[in-house]
Design a protein around this ligand. Structure first.
Ligand SMILES: NC(=O)c1ccc[n+]([C@@H]2O[C@H](COP(=O)([O-])OP(=O)(O)OC[C@H]3O[C@@H](n4cnc5c(N)ncnc54)[C@H](OP(=O)(O)O)[C@@H]3O)[C@@H](O)[C@H]2O)c1
Length: 331
């Protein structure tokens, strides 16, 4: 059950300033990419959202194509907003995105003004909202001028369909250019959403410096590498896990002996820190990426509650960081 305006939920969460903006985001945010689609249990979705929000997770991340079927995650979250989260709109940050294929024909993909603004309009209808807090360009479009894509984000903000603009999966140079365009349009880029975890370190290849120079917040998706950086696959591929289900991007052939032997060694370090593997992976990402927030996914309320405890021990000595890097770098 959720009580609007309940101060208890804010006591144990850490809130970080998003870049040089006025917006604070929880150190742990919840993404609805998986397990919020039309074939998933609605009761489980409700319990996950209740658990998250009652633990201070105020930020829920969506995209026009989350499901399956595409759009169903927004519809389901819209139902939750109307019921369980009724009277809590001012306490939560909802984000959505457009940039991957969402409908057939020339206007349902990539980064045109036509696609972004009509997609946002449809997202708002599915969510039953007048505005989202953050609207993202989900990926850069090599064939649309960046000015047009950023112009669409700025229009969304100026028309009140979104409070802030964000970008996702942009490289360092594109990010710098996009940021300058948005600043000139009077709508600074709030946040960049990129994949970042112990195994995927692109953020460290120049992007982190651009983001800090431009005053843009950093939120990392798949911080648990879709579950690999947890105890989920230490003894094979369990039934019902993401790798087992065969939907989405985590294929069983990713769970190799080499990867799992690294995770087992990392898990020993986590145990010595009094943490689960998942908790250590999240604490590590927050520190190594100097992140605003880690954007987790979950299939149960218990996973969310476990993951929030990552914040109980988020310090790493330089030696421990080096030890973790040496395990990750081992062939
Ligand atoms: N911008 C983009 O292009 C982009 C791309 C991908 C994702 N995202 C965003 O990022 C969010 C998170 O991505 P993600 O779902 O890949 O994140 P993730 O946190 O790396 O992986 C989530 C999965 O890990 C497993 N898990 C989580 N906590 C666990 C725990 N304590 N113990 C054991 N297993 C645990 C669960 O898998 P099981 O289902 O097997 O239980 C869960 O579904 C998405 O929902 C979406 O909002 C954005």
């Amino acid at each position: 059950m959720i009580i609007p305006n309940d101060n208890n939920r804010y006591k144990n969460m850490k809130y970080n300033r998003c870049g040089r903006s006025g917006l604070l985001l929880p150190a742990v945010s919840l993404g609805l990419w998986h397990n919020f689609g039309s074939a998933d249990s609605f009761d489980n979705m409700v319990e996950m959202v209740e658990t998250a929000f009652n633990l201070g997770i105020t930020h829920f991340d969506l995209a026009n194509n989350y499901g399956p079927v595409p759009g169903s995650a927004e519809e389901n979250f819209g139902k939750i907003l109307k019921t369980v989260l009724k009277d809590c709109r001012n306490e939560i940050v909802v984000s959505t995105k457009a940039g991957y294929k969402h409908w057939n024909g020339p206007y349902g993909d990539w980064g045109s003004r036509k696609y972004l603004l009509s997609s946002l309009d449809s997202s708002l209808k599915r969510l039953g909202l007048e505005y989202v807090d953050i609207f993202y360009s989900h990926r850069p479009d090599p064939d649309t001028p960046l000015e047009e894509t950023m112009g669409a984000l700025a229009t969304a903000v100026k028309q009140g369909m979104a409070l802030y603009a964000g970008i996702s999966n942009y490289g360092p140079e594109q990010t710098e250019t996009a940021s300058k365009i948005l600043k000139n349009l009077g709508v600074p880029c709030l946040i960049h959403q990129m994949k970042y975890n112990m195994f995927t370190r692109n953020l460290e290849n120049g992007l982190i410096d651009v983001l800090e120079k431009e005053g843009i917040g950093k939120i990392a998706f798949s911080p648990l590498d879709q579950g690999i950086l947890t105890d989920r696959y230490l003894h094979g591929i369990p039934k019902g896990s993401r790798a087992d289900k065969g939907i989405g991007f985590l294929k069983p052939d990713r769970i190799t002996g080499e990867i799992i032997s690294k995770v087992k060694r990392l898990n020993e370090i986590a145990k010595a820190r009094g943490q689960s593997m998942a908790q250590m992976a999240l604490a590590w990402a927050l520190k190594a990426g100097r992140l605003t927030s880690v954007l987790i996914g979950a299939s149960s309320p218990k996973q969310i509650a476990d993951n929030v405890k990552a914040l109980d021990n988020s310090d790493f000595s330089d030696d421990k960081m080096a030890l973790i890097d040496s395990i990750l770098g081992d062939e």
